[in-house]
Design a protein around this ligand. Structure first.
Ligand code: ATP
Ligand code: MG
Ligand code: MG
Length: 553
């Protein structure tokens, strides 16, 4: 799977570079609002913004679009920075829209001076209602034709804090009959007494998204302002504002690309916030969350996310990609990089009845040299202890084997991976008739897992020496949203939420080498999948993905 080398954005930049629109300069920005944690959708935008700039040896800044103090805070700013760094990108600079408040204010006065903005004293509902709709005429505000001087005085009073919150707005004076609602005298400023995480109480008026965004782009020298398709109808307003201002450089241009949506996944900050607030998940970095921090904790390699984003590329039609495709990138990376280990998630004791003892009467301990990663010889081998008592998976034994069950059952011979061939001779049951121990005999001639007579066995099973096993907890995950398209059935994604999407196994037994696994490291548990060592809780492992590729093209 390789990435497309060309798309409508890169093509247009090539044209701009040839015609010299921006003097050959390419500058993009990633402009999150610090009101939540970044998610997989943002990862796509990050890959687009930073990736495009890198392809043209341009610059990409991180700009915190911090114009709405009610919902923003420093914790989000910090997590956004950390997530971008983890994804492997380094902003040329980290900038804040709030640093432009003074310039934006001055430009607003300039628009007022040109007769292109006015202070409206109507309430928000009235203004919305008067905006009309598609095919429905707009109604002009009675304040629309205020003289310039009066608008200036009123706007200055707004800034000076002489009016209560929400009692007035500054609006651009464009066209109340425009077919694009965004141009029906959009709001530029609101009065809002709210403490800003950077400017404190300096301001009681705050610019709207539209008034801040393009102007911030222009101040920074952005050339190509890339955003998602839903901003398409804002583009004429973006251009209109810039056209009114005395810019020193060619105005930036906004171009829109498709949002990333995934099956079984929601990417609305508000909804993700709800999952955290209601305790459905264990915080923003719960391994089931589509947040960057959740994916990181789940064990997704940053490189796999980047490759997935570049593979799906930049298009202009919204579509939902299969989560299995993303997982398939993750699996391919982990297959190359992760160390193989043996772990038993639901242990069942196996006793080798003919296991030898040493002179002192203690069971012999053997050590097998096992390859750490067949995909990478440099990862070397490790020594795995083996004794007469072992743990195997409960699933790998059946007292009465169902059809096509070839693993251990009475009378059946199997291979204990890399060790010996063993045949089940007996079982021990508890009072309720459950098998609690399986007795086997080993073939001492089969050391390494092959019999000298070349006889075949159908199954190879993983195991952990009981005397050497470490205890571990393992979390298995289902889809957080069981429906492919959460909310499609009822209109509410929460109706498709699977509140039992985590199964925590608390009595797993793992081989001793796992004591050296680093926080956050991902290993392959043989036959079971890829598992990420929790960054905070030692010996807690999260299943990243299973081994089988479920992506059907
Ligand atoms: P939400 O709508 O969930 O609150 P947002 O779009 O408001 O998120 P921002 O912080 O404003 O989040 O987004 C920063 C950038 O990320 C924007 O350019 C936006 O277009 C882009 N972005 C957000 N969600 C996605 C997505 N699902 N796919 C691609 N890009 C996205
Ligand atoms: Mg936003
Ligand atoms: Mg949004």
């Amino acid at each position: 799977l390789s990435a497309p080398t060309s798309d409508f954005v890169r093509d247009e930049i090539r044209v701009d570079n040839v015609s010299g629109t921006y003097g050959g300069r390419v500058q993009t920005r990633f402009p999150p609002e610090p009101n939540g944690h970044l998610h997989i959708g943002h990862a796509k935008a990050i890959c687009v913004d930073f990736g495009v700039a890198a392809d043209f040896e341009g610059e990409c800044n991180l700009r915190l679009d911090d114009t709405n103090p009610d919902t923003e805070n420093v914790e989000y700013v910090d997590s956004i920075k950390a997530d971008i760094a983890w994804l492997g990108y380094e902003p040329t600079s980290t900038l804040f829209a709030s640093d432009y408040f003074e310039q934006l204010y001055d430009w607003a006065e300039l628009l007022i001076g040109k007769g292109l903005a006015y202070v409206d004293e109507q309430d928000g509902d009235t203004i919305s209602a008067q905006r009309g709709g598609y095919g429905k005429p707009g109604i002009e505000s009675p304040f629309r034709d205020r003289p310039v001087e009066e608008n200036l005085t009123e706007f200055r009073k707004m800034r000076a804090g002489e009016y209560p919150d929400a009692s007035r707005v500054l609006r651009a004076k464009i066209d109340m009959q425009h077919e694009n609602m965004q141009l029906r005298d959009p709001i530029m400023y609101r009065i809002r007494r709210s403490n800003h995480h950077r400017t404190g109480d300096t301001w009681c008026i705050y610019p709207t998204y539209d008034w801040a965004h393009g102007q911030s782009d222009a101040i920074e020298g952005v050339t190509h302002s890339l955003c998602t398709l839903e901003f398409g109808s804002n583009r004429p307003l973006y251009d209109w504002y810039l056209a009114q201002l005395p810019l020193e450089r060619t105005a930036p241009k906004q171009r829109e690309f498709a949002r990333l949506e995934l099956t079984h996944t929601i990417t609305s900050k508000r909804r993700l916030m709800q999952l955290v607030a209601e305790g459905v998940v264990d915080g923003w970095d719960d391994p089931r969350m589509p947040t960057i921090s959740g994916l990181r904790r789940r064990g997704y390699p940053a490189a796999a996310i980047r490759e997935f984003c570049s593979y799906i590329g930049l298009t202009r039609t919204n579509s939902r990609h299969d989560i299995e495709l993303l997982e398939s990138f993750v699996r391919r990376h982990l297959n190359l990089t992760s160390q193989r280990r043996m772990a038993v998630l639901r242990p069942l004791k196996v006793v080798i009845t003919n296991w030898p003892t040493d002179e002192a009467g203690a069971p012999v301990v053997e050590h097998f040299e096992v390859v750490n990663n067949p995909e990478n010889a440099e990862d070397g081998t490790r020594s795995v202890p083996f004794t007469g008592e072992l743990w195997i998976e409960q699933d790998d034994f059946a007292e009465v084997p169902p059809p096509k069950f070839f693993r251990l059952s009475p009378g059946r011979e199997v291979r204990l991976r890399g060790a010996y061939l063993v045949t089940c001779t007996d079982v021990v049951k508890d009072e309720d008739g459950n098998v609690v121990e399986v007795h086997v005999e080993m073939d001492p001639e089969s050391r390494g897992g092959t019999a000298p007579d070349g006889r075949k066995v159908k199954s190879t099973m993983h195991w952990v020496s009981a005397a050497h096993a470490l205890d571990a907890q393992v979390a298995l995950y289902d889809r957080l949203f069981s429906a492919q398209v959460p909310g499609e059935r009822t209109g509410d994604a929460m109706d498709d939420l699977d509140r039992d999407s985590r199964e925590l196994l608390t009595s797993a037994k793992v081989e001793p080498a796992l004591a050296d696994t680093q926080p956050g490291e991902v290993v392959q548990f043989e036959r079971l999948g890829y598992f990420a060592h929790d960054p905070r809780t030692p010996m807690l492992f999260h299943r990243t993905v299973g081994l089988r590729d479920e992506w059907a093209n």
